[in-house]
Design a protein around this ligand. Sequence first.
Ligand code: NAD
Ligand code: MG
Length: 390
Amino acid sequence: MRRVTILGATGSIGQNTIDLIDRQPDQYEVVALTGAGNIAQLAADARRLRAKYVVTAHEDRLNDLRDALAGTDIEVGAGQAALIEAGARPVDWVMSSIVGAAGLAPGLEALKQGATLALANKESLVCAGKLVMETAGLNAARVLPVDSEHSAVFQALVGEDIGAVERIVITASGGAFRDWPLEQLEQATVEEASNHPNWDMGQRITIDSASMFNKALEVIETHEFFGVDPDLIEVVVHPESTVHALVGFRDGALMAHLGAPDMRHAIGYALHWPERRELPVARLDLAAMGQLTFRAPDPARYPALGLAWAVMRRGGLSGAAFNAAKERALDHFIARRIRFTEMAGLVEAVLDRFEADSRLIDAGMTLDNVMITDHFARRWVDEEMTKRAG
Ligand code: NAD
Ligand code: MG
């Protein structure tokens, strides 16, 4: 029996993870499950999977969760301390699929107890890549990528020497607005941005795909996880989402990873690694597909993408500032306080302010400093909006 915990169990990645576990329930002992507002889903999964400890991120929902689990002996918790406790409960494998910087601290707990961390929460690596990888190293814990592109790169590197890599190409679908006339982007609504052409994912990452903030995070994730130079990383728009990534070696070979757009592949690979087991994903019919297309991302359509290289060059806590500013700008777009096209400019303004802040620019990479940077960056987005409105 493998003991597993799922942080962010009620989300898109969490539910896909549970789908795999549900197929072989006798092989897994589910220790902790966490969610936020979707108490009914969380409680139903906890009952069926016989979880030991269940946590909602919302402090004020503790009683609802307790009621929903009445008649069971499942332990419940709520709030930040309980999320940390969920990450710290001893297990073999933890899925980190909370969305946003909120996933960092519980994921670090999982590494500290030496568990294998299946990392969907790319924000952890963007905010605190050095801290995450060092914590893993110090505790002989392993981080396995779950983002489809990074899982693809990881698989292309099996048996290879990272020193022989001359380029890593990650693909981007181009998101909801890849074919819109540029001048229409200003008018894009939250509903339109939340409608991904190929992947079925949570709302926030779906909107981030339309803006390519998601790809910017993934470029930084590639740099932090594989330790490669920023200049080796490329992004190509590939509307079919069939090739997830390619790794180029110094002899000119380019190894591509292809598969249906179904996150259960990357989740299953991380769940069964280093073995490959059968997974319930569609098999590609190459002849029916006929052709695959690629094009360069247009910087005018995707101004957020280029910010990734500035962040990687700056290093330190700039990733934490970048991610937090992005999260806050996205909050404002979802709340309809700003336009889709305003997000990138706000984040860039925050990065400029970060550069000029002598307290943060040279501060060490500790969890406290990451959280402080996160706090300031969110506040600076709001201040920048007030300035622009006034
Ligand atoms: P989602 O919005 O569907 O689910 C998010 C989960 O996090 C839910 O369980 C929710 O309850 C929980 N959560 C939300 N706010 C929280 C908070 N403040 N504290 C604690 N828990 C909180 O998101 P998702 O699409 O499943 O994405 C999860 C992560 O995986 C993200 O980091 C995303 O970038 C990454 N990812 C997702 C996909 C995908 O296909 N959905 C693909 C690649 C990477
Ligand atoms: Mg991805």
